[in-house]
Design a protein around this ligand. Structure first.
Ligand SMILES: O=C[C@H](O)[C@@H](O)CC(=O)C(=O)O
Ligand SMILES: [Zn+2]
Length: 278
């Protein structure tokens, strides 16, 4: 598990390309037959990828040494969205089949976790966010149809996209985690512009559905001190509460957003007027 410290916006103003990437970019999320985990001390979110190919991936009890608990999810909840082939997830005495673009919420207190791919030729890729939790809510699968799709933007502003809200209070209860997926329509490049911050919540963006020659210029920083990070396929960016989070790609892409913090009110955003951005 890699640990990332929190960071002050004054420090971020001084960083160059490598400095920004070291602080905020999460690369190499998917490794065959492994789980990768990056622990951010910003709201203590853990971001990672699980890719079982021809053997099961298990969350061993030893992971509890990073959280100082008897086992990993003793005081945590986890949400995952599958961007690969079908997966089978065993969570204690429950088994879930999670297809492509389906999500799974795993409640606090789950001890045994085992992830396998149904077909090794089409391995599952389970992108997850994990956050501190105070109580147990039932584990549950959420399909894309259940994720209350909302289409926003317009071709004229290159931001026509559909937001699928998988883990939100309207769909199921969680302690603090919200998660969803936003898919751009072909020929549309901008996400989340006009942009916003939400001092009450941090967020992580995970970009995928891109070919090897594509890139997304992810916009971050204070609204009057913007910076960018070039993101390639299947990489994530950690967005502190004070930072905008938006992006423009060389072609359409899809991304998963996950939020933790003070509330779960999706619309609780401080919109940045276009004239204020620097
Ligand atoms: O706070 C909310 C998040 O930034 C995203 O849900 C925004 C998003 O997916 C979009 O506008 O495309
Ligand atoms: Zn946001």
């Amino acid at each position: 598990m890699e640990i990332r410290q929190p960071i002050h916006s004054d420090h971020v103003r001084t960083l160059d390309t490598e400095g920004l990437r070291k602080q905020f970019l999460v690369e190499d999320l998917f490794k065959a037959n492994e789980a990768t985990l990056t622990y951010s001390q910003i709201d203590r979110i853990i971001v990672g990828g699980i890719m079982p190919v021809n053997q099961a991936v298990r969350f061993s009890p030893e992971l509890g040494r990073f959280t100082g608990t008897d086992f990993f999810l003793q005081r945590r909840e986890l949400g995952l969205i599958n961007i690969g082939g079908a997966a089978r997830v065993v969570a204690d005495d429950e088994t879930f089949e999670i297809g492509s673009r389906e999500a799974l919420y795993i409640g606090q207190g789950t001890k045994q976790l085992e992830f396998t791919s149904v077909d090794a030729a089409h391995p599952a890729k389970l992108y997850f966010n994990c956050a501190p939790a105070h109580t147990r809510y039932p584990s549950r699968k959420i399909t894309q149809a259940q994720a209350s799709p909302e289409t926003l933007g317009a071709p004229e502003t290159s931001n026509r996209r559909t937001i699928y809200k998988y883990l939100v209070p309207d769909v199921l209860p969680t302690c603090q985690l919200s998660m969803g997926l936003t898919q751009l329509e072909p020929g549309n490049m901008w996400n989340t512009m006009p942009c916003h911050t939400h001092d009450r919540r941090m967020e992580v963006y995970f970009y995928f559905d891109m070919n090897d020659n594509a890139a997304v210029f992810h916009m971050m920083g204070e609204p009057t001190q913007t910076r960018h990070i070039v993101v390639h396929n299947e990489q994530a960016v950690i967005s502190p509460s004070w930072s905008i989070h938006s992006g423009v790609g060389t072609q359409a892409y899809t991304f998963i957003w996950g939020m933790v913090g003070e509330n779960q009110v999706f619309k609780d955003m401080d919109h940045v007027p276009m004239s204020a951005i620097r």
